[in-house]
Write a protein that binds this ligand. Sequence first.
Ligand SMILES: Cc1ncc(COP(=O)(O)O)c(C=O)c1O
Length: 382
Amino acid sequence: MHVSPVLAAQATYPFVRIEQAKRAAAANGIEIVDFGPGDPREPTDPLIRQALIDALGETRGYPKAEGLPELRSAIAGWLSRRFGVSVDPEAEIVPTYGSKEAIFSFAQVVVDAAGGKDTVLVTEPGYPVPDRGALFAGARVVHLPLREDDGFLPDLDAIEDDTLARTALMWLNYPNNPTAAVAPLSLYEDAAALAREWDFLLASDEAYTELWFSEPPPSALQVADRSNVVAFNTLSKRSSMTGYRSGFVAGPRWVADALRSYRPTVGTAPQEFVQLASVVAWGDEAHVDRARAVYGRKRELLLGALDALGWRVAGSDATMYLWVEVPAGETSEELAERLLGHGIVVAPGAYLGPSGEGYVRMALVPTVEDCERAATTLRSLA
Ligand SMILES: Cc1ncc(COP(=O)(O)O)c(C=O)c1O
């Protein structure tokens, strides 16, 4: 029996481990509130659901990789309203099947080992998909640690010149999963300048730009020269549409052209009824305001309880996550196990990368009522 050595070398996907531990606790009669995986459980707005129903025609052929023109226009309109950037819907936008598959496969499109560009830079702790996608593409992965002392931003000056020379792609993800940090536009300016100097692409995973609590975070597309910048965004978090699978890539024409030539083979264009529902989702901000208010309420409940408990929250500016420091004397896995004993599931930071040790991540996905219940439990641990 042969499987890909990259697959064989992979540790169990962290959330599978959390899921197993959770099931064991539930089997022992413990009532669970699950702050583990970041899968929003807020209902999708009725406006969007109705648009999906209305779009169900009698037949629909294979969706085309370039996506429906009305969706590309809706995305361009949103980018213009939200970030003040002008992106050509014909040439520079490619709709994707959520953003995960596009993030995973991007290294296959732009890594050129024979041409001396065999390296992908990935921040850690982080969402594991860009890292794994690069490995499956046969690329060399170099990790950029995110440390609290640096505001959970990568130290671009610390990257060696010989690494930069080999770099095809640098991934950034802000607002960041898991640290909940927001990047200033200056980080994108610096990273884009570095990318131009060393002839690589800056890939910006912006899945959480719409889940913020004080100021709307910037996009990498706002840099002065975006000739080397590619942004990935999605309706999953903004519009609680994880199950629909709808996102996009926006970048220079040559990157969009490369994607349009790669993607028909993979077959990852969203169904056209999903694309038509997505037009409505990108066009409406009222439901996003309401979603932010709900996440804000949950955030306040938990911040209050963690404060009463004397636990420090290291990151909570945006995203649906709280990045909580582990009290002295415990590892992140030990704290997660201890909390599981009280029915509270969190993700140990170490599962998300070595620099995540010392923290646990709480995804604000349970209902407000369940968050209230968990807050009461947390306060009782004081
Ligand atoms: C950082 C980050 N990027 C991208 C995604 C992908 O989301 P989707 O494929 O649903 O668009 C996620 C999902 O959890 C994420 O955490």
